[in-house]
Write a protein that binds this ligand. Structure first.
Ligand code: PMP
Length: 357
C-alpha cells in the first residue's frame, strides 16, 4: 500500500472482473460474453469509420447513436444517454441520482457486484434486500422499507448471477407505488427472453433502464451501453458526464453500435441460438442431477447436491473450461455458466458428466 495514497483510496475495495485468460484454447464460459462474432455489418461500419473519421473528435452528444437507439426503441433521441459500456453509465447514474444525503439506495443482496463498489466510491449509503427463498427479487420487501429513508432502487432484470427475471407488470407496481424513488432496471441480459421495461419509459418519469451491447450484440470489446429515461432524469447524468469526459463514445464505437441496431436479423438469429442452447443445456444439466435456476439470461446458475462448487470449478478448469464461482455464502454452492456455442456446451456436458459420475 503506497504511502502516497489518500485515506479514502485505502478504504476502496474495487470490483474484480472475471478472468480474461491469455491462453486462447480455453472454452470461456465465465464472463457472459456472446459466443458469436459481431454482425458483419458492424465490422464493415467500423472499418469505414476507421478510414474516414478517426482523425476527428467524436460528437460530444453522440447524436447519431442516440437517434439510432431512440429509433429502435421508439423514443426520441433525448431519452437516450450512451456511455463507455453500461458500467460507465452506472457510474454516472450512481453519482447523479443516488447520492442523496440521509437517504439510502436499495438493491438485492445477490446481484451485480459493481453496485456496492460504486456506493463506496461515491459515499452512497445502501441497504441490501435479501432474495426470496427461490432466489427471486421480491419487490414487496422493497415496499416494506420506510419510503422516506430511500431515494432509489436498482436491480438487474434478469438478475445476475441468478438469471431469474421479474415480469414488467410487477416492476410497474413498484413504479406506481413509489413515484418519489428512482427505479433503475439494469437490463444487461434482457434480450434473452425477459420482458423489457422500455415500454414504460414514456409513462413513468422515475424509471431509468440500462442496456448494453456487450451481451446480445456481441460487442463487449467495443464498450457501449446506454440509459433510457425521460430527459429530466437523464439531464443529471449529462451533468456528471460533462464533468468527467465529454466524449462518452468514440467514433469507432459509435459507428459499430449504430450498425448493430440496424442488423435486426443477425440479432434475432444469434439471441435465438443462445436461448435454444440455454434450454438444451438446462435439460442436460438437470439429467446430471444439477439444480438449474430458471434463466432468462445468457447464462445459467447451477448447483449440484453432491458436489462442491469450488471443486467443480477447479475440475472444469483442469479440462480447459472456465466458469464462474462467487464466494457469497448464500450462493457459494452455485456456478454461473455462460451459454457458449452448441458445441462448447456439449463439451461442457461431457466433461461434467465425467466429473459428477
Ligand atoms: N450490468 C450487469 C448486471 C452486468 O452483469 C454487466 C456485465 N458485467 C454490466 C451491467 C456491465 O456491462 P458493460 O459495461 O459491458 O456494458
Amino acid at each position: 500500500m503506497s504511502a502516497y495514497w489518500s485515506d479514502f483510496v485505502k478504504t476502496l475495495d474495487p470490483y474484480v472482473p472475471g478472468e480474461q485468460p491469455k491462453q486462447t484454447d480455453l472454452i470461456k464460459l465465465n464472463t457472459n460474453e456472446s459466443p458469436f462474432a459481431p454482425s458483419p455489418a458492424v465490422l464493415e461500419a467500423i472499418r469505414q469509420a476507421t478510414a474516414d473519421q478517426l482523425r476527428l473528435y467524436p460528437s460530444p452528444e453522440s447524436d447519431r447513436l442516440r437517434t439510432a437507439v431512440g429509433r429502435y426503441y421508439d423514443l426520441p433521441a433525448d431519452h437516450v444517454f450512451p456511455g463507455n459500456g453500461s458500467d460507465e453509465v452506472l457510474a454516472h447514474l450512481f453519482l447523479s441520482l443516488f447520492r442523496h444525503r440521509g437517504q439510502q439506495i436499495l438493491f438485492p443482496d445477490i446481484s451485480y457486484s459493481f453496485y456496492p463498489v460504486y456506493c463506496r466510491l461515491y459515499d452512497i449509503d445502501y441497504q441490501n434486500v435479501p432474495l426470496a427463498d427461490d432466489f427471486s427479487v421480491r419487490l414487496q420487501d422493497y415496499l416494506a422499507v420506510p419510503p422516506e429513508s430511500v431515494c432509489a432502487v436498482i436491480f438487474p432484470n434478469p438478475n445476475a448471477p441468478t438469471g431469474i427475471a421479474l415480469k414488467r407488470a410487477e416492476i410497474e407496481q413498484l413504479l406506481i407505488q413509489r413515484p418519489q424513488w428512482v427505479i433503475a432496471v439494469d437490463e444487461a441480459y434482457v434480450d434473452f427472453g425477459a420482458e423489457s421495461c422500455v415500454p414504460l419509459i414514456k409513462k413513468y418519469k422515475n424509471l431509468v433502464v440500462l442496456q448494453t451491447l456487450s451481451k446480445s450484440r456481441s460487442l463487449a470489446g467495443l464498450r457501449v451501453g446506454f440509459a433510457l429515461g425521460q430527459p429530466e432524469l437523464l439531464e443529471g447524468l449529462v451533468r456528471v458526464k460533462n464533468s468527467f469526459n465529454s466524449y462518452p463514445v468514440d467514433r469507432l464505437a459509435e459507428a459499430g453500435a449504430i450498425a448493430a441496431f440496424e442488423d435486426q436479423a443477425y440479432f434475432e438469429q444469434t439471441t435465438g441460438e443462445v436461448i435454444a442452447t440455454r434450454d438444451a443445456l438446462t435439460e442436460a444439466l438437470q439429467k446430471l442431477g444439477f439444480v438449474v435456476l430458471p434463466s432468462k439470461a445468457n447464462f445459467v446458475f447451477i448447483s449440484h447436491p453432491r458436489h462442491d462448487a469450488a471443486q467443480l470449478l477447479a475440475a472444469l478448469r483442469a479440462n480447459a473450461i472456465l466458469v464462474r464461482h462467487f464466494r457469497h455464502p448464500r450462493i457459494s454452492s452455485f456456478l454461473r455458466v455462460t451459454i457458449g456455442t452448441k458445441k462448447q456446451c456439449e463439451t461442457l456436458i461431457k466433461s461434467l458428466s465425467e466429473i459428477v459420475s
